[in-house]
Design a protein around this ligand. Structure first.
Ligand code: NAD
Length: 365
C-alpha cells in the first residue's frame, strides 16, 4: 500500500510511519511542524523521524506542507491506497487562545480531506484520529470517590462510545474535533466512504515533545527530572489511561488493512482508543512512580481546574477489540514510564539513574 499520513512527524504520526514502513508499505507524510509554531521550541517535532531511524528510507516521502493546501493534498490523495489523518491542533487549553485557527486545522482541514477523498479516491480507507474530548466534560457529571490515591467512578469501570457528546462543556478543541469526527461519520453514511474515527485518550511515548499545554505524562516526568515546578490543575486524584504510540499505530493499521462496516454495510464507526484500566494512572500515582523509579521528588502546586478537563477517564475498547480480535496492547505502564524517563535522561544529559524497573508491574492486578 501507499499510505498518506498527515501529521507524520508527530508522536502518533512518526509511530505510524515507522510501523507502515516496517510492514513494507510506502508512506507519504504531510506535516509542516505546526506543533513548534503553536507551542514553542520544546514542542519541535523535527527529530522524531530521524530518531526513529527511518529518515533515509526510500519508501518514505516527507512533505513540508499544510493539510489545508487543497492542490497539494489533491495530488497526494489521488495516488494513495489509504489516508491516516492525524494532523491537528491537539490542545484543548490552547484552543481557547486560538479558536479560529483551531477550527480551520481540525474541522475545516478534515472536511477538505474527506471531500478530496470522495472526489478523487472514494474506495480507500480513511482513518481519522479524534479524541475523547468529543465527549466534552460529560464524564464529570458522574459521581467519584477517592480510593487510595485516585478517583474511582462509582458507576462505571470505563467509558464506551455510548457517552453523550453534547449538553456539556467542550472548549473549541472538543467542538472542532467533534465536527471532524461527525463529518467522518457523515461521509460514510452519505457517500459510502470507508472511514473510522478513533477517540483517543492519553496517547503517549518518548516522541511526545511534551509541553504544559499538551502531553501530560511526558511533561510531568520532564518537570520532575529537571526540577521544574508542576501545576497540578484540578488536583492529583485525576485518572487517565495511557496508550503507547506504537499500540495506537497498530490499531490504525488493523483498520486500514480491513475496514469494518456495520451490519447495514455502512462504515464510519467510532472507536474509543486508550490504555484501558490496566494502563490507568492518577497524577498522585504518577508522582509516586517517578520517585520510585528515579528518586526525583516532583515540586508541584495544586491549581484550579482547566476548562472541560476530565476528572477521570478510562477507555472501554470492547468495540474495537470485537472488530479486531488479534489487536492487543503491548506496552504496559512500566514500559511507558521507563521509555520516557530514559529518553529524557539521555536527551537532556541528566545525571539520574533509572532504578526499580518493575514498579508498575507489581501494582497492576
Ligand atoms: N497526544 C494525545 O494525548 C492525543 C489524545 C487524543 C487525540 N489525539 C489526536 O491524535 C492526533 C495526533 O496527535 P499527536 O499526539 O501525535 O500530536 P502531535 O502534535 O505530535 O502531532 C500532530 C502533528 O500535526 C501537525 N500539524 C498540525 N497542523 C498541521 C497542518 N495544518 N498541516 C500539516 N501538519 C499539521 C503538527 O506539526 C504535528 O506534527 C491528533 O489528531 C490529536 O488531536 C492526541
Amino acid at each position: 500500500m501507499k499510505i498518506l499520513v498527515t501529521g507524520g512527524i508527530g508522536l502518533i504520526g512518526s509511530a505510524c510511519c515507522e510501523l507502515f514502513l516496517n510492514e513494507g508499505h510506502e508512506v507519504i507524510s504531510v506535516d509542516n511542524n505546526t506543533r513548534k509554531v503553536l507551542f514553542g521550541k520544546d514542542a519541535d517535532n523535527k527529530l522524531n523521524i530521524e530518531e526513529s531511524g527511518i529518515s533515509n528510507n526510500k519508501k518514505l516521502e516527507l512533505i513540508d506542507g499544510d493539510i489545508r493546501d487543497k492542490d497539494t493534498m489533491a495530488n497526494i490523495i489521488k495516488k494513495v491506497d489509504a489516508v491516516v489523518h492525524l494532523a491537528a491542533q491537539p490542545s484543548h487549553p490552547k484552543s481557547l487562545e486560538i479558536p479560529i485557527e483551531d477550527f480551520q486545522i481540525n474541522a475545516f482541514g478534515t472536511l477538505q480531506l474527506l471531500e478530496l477523498t470522495r472526489q478523487l479516491n472514494p474506495n480507500i480507507p480513511f482513518a481519522f484520529m479524534s479524541t475523547n474530548k468529543v465527549y466534552g466534560d460529560y464524564p464529570n457529571y458522574f459521581n467519584y470517590k477517592v480510593v487510595g490515591k485516585r478517583y474511582e467512578n462509582t458507576a462505571y469501570d470505563s467509558f464506551n462510545e455510548e457517552l453523550p457528546v453534547d449538553r456539556c462543556g467542550h472548549t473549541p478543541f472538543g467542538v472542532s474535533k467533534l465536527a471532524a469526527d461527525v463529518y467522518a461519520q457523515e461521509y460514510a453514511i452519505n457517500y459510502r466512504l470507508k472511514t473510522a474515527t478513533f477517540r483517543g485518550g492519553c496517547l503517549t511515548g518518548k516522541n511526545s515533545r511534551a509541553v504544559e499545554l499538551h502531553g501530560y505524562l511526558p511533561y510531568i516526568i520532564k518537570c520532575a527530572l529537571i526540577k521544574k515546578k508542576y501545576f497540578m490543575y484540578g488536583g492529583g486524584y485525576r485518572v487517565r489511561d495511557q496508550i503507547h504510540s506504537f499500540d495506537v499505530a497498530t490499531a490504525i493499521y488493523e483498520f486500514i488493512k480491513k475496514p469494518k462496516p456495520n451490519s447495514l454495510g455502512v462504515y464510519g464507526k467510532t472507536y474509543n482508543l486508550g490504555g484501558e484500566r490496566k494502563n490507568s494512572v492518577s497524577i498522585f500515582e504518577t508522582v509516586d512512580a517517578i520517585k520510585a523509579k528515579t528518586s526525583m521528588k516532583l515540586d508541584y502546586e495544586e491549581a484550579p481546574d482547566r476548562e472541560s478537563d476530565h476528572i477521570w477517564w478510562i477507555s472501554d475498547m470492547s468495540k474495537f477489540r470485537t472488530d479486531y480480535r488479534s489487536w492487543t496492547i503491548t506496552k504496559d505502564l512500566d514500559y511507558i514510564f521507563n521509555e520516557i524517563i530514559e529518553y529524557y535522561i539521555n536527551e537532556l544529559k541528566l545525571d539520574i539513574a533509572l532504578k526499580n524497573r518493575d514498579y508498575f508491574k507489581k501494582r497492576i492486578k
